[in-house]
Design a protein around this ligand. Structure first.
Ligand SMILES: [Zn+2]
Length: 304
């Protein structure tokens, strides 16, 4: 009997609480409700860009390239930002980027959140990533939407790459870091790490790899993740390549958007899988000949 009374009491409390909550929502000022709306609402182009990035995050997870919170994506969305977004108040105090990047004055980025998972970002991009504004001092940023999700700890290196892209007048707007299994496995073999050794092997596995990753794969020798040395070495390699291998760690790619960066990693990964499949069958794959690859360059007007 006593427990029945207790249950009733609990139930009454629940009903009271939910009524109180309903009242609270109804009585909230309109302005507050507006701020609860996603920054993506009514902005088709910006929304499409974030949703495309979320789609890529899903592919990284499905490919087994994004265990736990592994990998990062940063997209320059400045061109998709309207006056109303520029006038939005910050959700946070200014936070130092860690580097000063004059090229990024007034730029906006969508960034994966620190500690967030790609598989979660795929479904809830604005709860696992955020849009940030670079402040006029070019050394601090604030979060403007939708929630206070602090960006990746790799933000300084990602933003340094974006600053360089702007400086060069590049159309590239996205950077992606991920851990593709077969490519990382191949980076454990020193003879593959000479300049363009891996590029030549991967290009020769299937013609499309050369066509769709026409600059090949740059190599950065093992360096501590998150270090300035890694950021600097990556910047240097990206002068000549769109995809860079971080030895025994993963790849870093730049592209027109997250999908373009992903596609380049994907074709390289496909070649790596073909190479490994051949080795598993017990033979060294022959690969396309130098003449066949030169023919590709001529036929498709490739840069190399
Ligand atoms: Zn990593």
């Amino acid at each position: 009997m006593q427990s029945y009374d207790k249950d009733r009491e609990k139930q009454n409390k629940k009903v009271k609480n939910s009524l109180l909550f309903a009242h609270l929502i109804v009585s909230l000022p309109q302005n507050y409700l507006k701020t609860m709306m996603s920054i993506l609402e009514g902005r088709q182009a910006l929304k499409a860009e974030v949703m495309k990035t979320a789609e890529v995050a899903g592919y990284l997870w499905q490919n087994g390239w994004a265990e736990r919170n592994g990998g990062n994506i940063t997209v320059n969305v400045t061109d998709l930002v309207d006056k109303a977004i520029k006038a939005l108040p910050a959700l946070t105090e200014p936070k130092p980027i860690g580097v000063e990047l004059p090229q990024l004055r007034g730029c906006y980025f969508y960034c994966k959140g620190t500690g967030k998972r790609m598989r979660d970002l795929a479904r809830w991009p604005m709860q696992n990533g955020a849009i940030i504004r670079i402040l006029d001092d070019c050394a601090h940023y604030v979060i403007i939407g939708d929630e206070v999700v602090w960006p990746t700890s790799e933000l300084p290196s990602h933003l340094s790459v974006h600053a360089r892209l702007i400086e060069k007048g590049s159309p590239y707007r996205a950077t992606v870091h991920t851990h593709p299994i077969e490519l990382v496995a191949m980076s454990h073999h020193k003879p593959f790490l000479g300049k363009d050794v891996l590029t030549e092997i991967l290009w020769s596995m299937i013609p499309e790899t050369k066509a769709f990753c026409p600059l090949g794969l740059g190599i950065v020798p093992y360096t501590l993740p998150g270090s300035n040395e890694l950021a600097e070495a990556t910047l240097k390699e990206l002068e000549n390549y769109d995809v860079v291998m971080w030895e025994k760690h993963g790849v870093f790619a730049q592209g027109l958007d997250a999908m373009d960066a992903f596609d380049q990693i994907d074709v390289l990964s496909k070649s790596a899988k073909i190479y490994i499949a051949a080795r598993q069958m017990g033979f060294e794959p022959e690969g396309m000949t130098q003449e066949q690859m030169a023919e590709m360059t001529r036929a498709f007007h490739l840069p190399r």
